[in-house]
Design a protein around this ligand. Structure first.
Ligand code: SAH
Length: 392
């Protein structure tokens, strides 16, 4: 096995179990190592730190283990058993809830791998060449994992792998094929479009926040901005909302939302779906028209360089909603940008509140659910931030 030798003292963060080795920390030549290879990481005085997947880029090794365990079928089987064990502890795999994240990268000690479960189908995404080359082993382990009940594995990595690695991945079933694409979340049904949809087809990370929204929706006139599959809209209707308007700039998202409303409710005449730009919609909206607004936009900052503009975007969006929300209104506002910290997001919303001159209180501070665990040694794994505000 190829070895990566660290520069003197560069083992410090690894000794604290941070799972990444940056290119600047490496002293040995790497020309003979292929992208995706499993490498041994050792200190300058020859002490073994562990093993990980090698990749060309600023993060050169993603650690899989901090000992000398072989990275074989049994390694993946055991990691997946642990991941499923946690989801069972969390009570997420039940007849009325079969949509959840089974593997959340570093948070499940499998950097570079995402697996979402939708009933009997697992949708798998590789973010590193190493996981791409391990896809068949992982797929086999998924269908044989006791208690998981998965018979189809769809591989979806065309847009998640580093372009320069020239891996040319194809989105396709590795095992099985299409069965049903209707999954259940907290007793509500959703069509999951893993073939054409964003990410793995559904944003499972908003499950707990949608459940909270359900409990606050009774009798309210709800506006769900950036609705995508209509997740928040379905929960609002289930919670007894008086009316729900779903807005997304994508016509495809509006169709999906309508389909998800129709599969759950016989009469949804109090739901309206509009294909429109969020900022335009808020600009034209009557003040006081809605007393519950959800703002769940796509990541405004996809990398560090975009932070300033992104913060301005969050401020502008939240100001537009805060200015017009009815008195006694509730605002659910989110940022899923990993590059933006909880404090930065809160400050952007604070500035928007001050600018709107409304009386605003924070009712809840939200984050990603427990099936998106954050490895305590890898704080970069925390990405979803939300606030629930009461606006007078
Ligand atoms: N809230 C959703 C996830 C949102 S994903 C959920 O719970 O599942 C972000 C969505 O924002 C996408 O569907 C995208 O089409 C939409 N979008 C992006 N830019 C937009 C804009 N300027 N106006 C309205 N929608 C937009």
């Amino acid at each position: 096995m190829e070895k990566i030798i660290l520069k003197r003292g560069k083992e410090e963060s690894l000794d604290r179990f941070h799972p990444w080795v940056f290119s600047g920390a490496i002293s040995s030549p790497t020309d003979a190592i292929e992208e995706g290879d499993v490498v041994e990481v050792v200190t300058s005085d020859g002490r073994l730190i562990g093993r990980g997947h090698y990749q060309i880029g600023s993060i050169m090794v993603r650690m899989l283990t901090f000992d000398d365990a072989p990275i074989d079928d049994e390694f993946f089987a055991s990691r997946l058993r642990q991941a499923l064990g946690l989801r069972k502890v969390l009570g997420l795999a039940r007849p009325d809830n079969n949509a959840y994240r089974l593997v959340h990268g570093e948070g499940d000690f499998m950097p570079g791998l995402i697996v979402d479960i939708y009933g009997d189908t697992a949708v798998m995404q590789a973010h590193s060449p190493g996981m791409h080359f391990s896809r068949d082993i992982i797929a086999r382990q998924l269908v044989s994992l006791p208690g998981l009940g998965v018979s189809n594995v769809y591989y979806k990595s065309e847009t998640t792998l580093p372009y320069k690695a020239e891996l040319d991945p194809h989105n396709d079933y590795i095992i099985g094929g299409f069965s049903t694409n209707v999954a259940v979340e907290n007793g509500l049904k959703f069509h999951i479009d893993w073939l054409k949809g964003q990410k793995t087809g559904f944003f499972v990370d908003q499950r707990d926040n949608r459940q909270l929204l359900r409990s606050l929706s009774h009798g309210r006139n709800v506006l769900n901005m950036f609705c995508y599959t209509g997740g928040f809209s379905v929960y609002a209707l289930a919670g007894g909302a008086r009316a729900v308007t779903s807005v997304d700039s994508s016509a495809k998202a509006i169709q999906l939302t309508q389909a998800n409303i129709d599969i759950n409710f016989d009469d949804a005449s109090h739901h309206r779906a509009v294909a429109e730009d969020a900022f335009k919609y808020l600009d034209a909206m009557e003040p006081g028209a809605h007393d519950l607004i959800i703002l769940d936009p796509p990541a405004f900052a996809k990398h560090r360089g975009a932070i300033r503009n992104a913060l301005r975007g969050y401020q502008r969006l939240n100001y537009a909603a805060l200015k017009k929300i009815a008195r006694g209104g509730i605002l659910f506002t989110f940022s899923c940008s990993q590059a933006i910290s909880r404090e930065q997001f809160r400050l952007a919303v604070f500035s928007a509140a001050a600018q709107s001159r409304r009386k605003v209180r924070i009712l809840h501070q939200l984050t990603q659910p427990a099936d998106h665990p954050v490895n305590i040694y890898h704080p970069e794994g925390e990405y979803l931030k939300g606030l629930v505000l009461y606006v007078e």
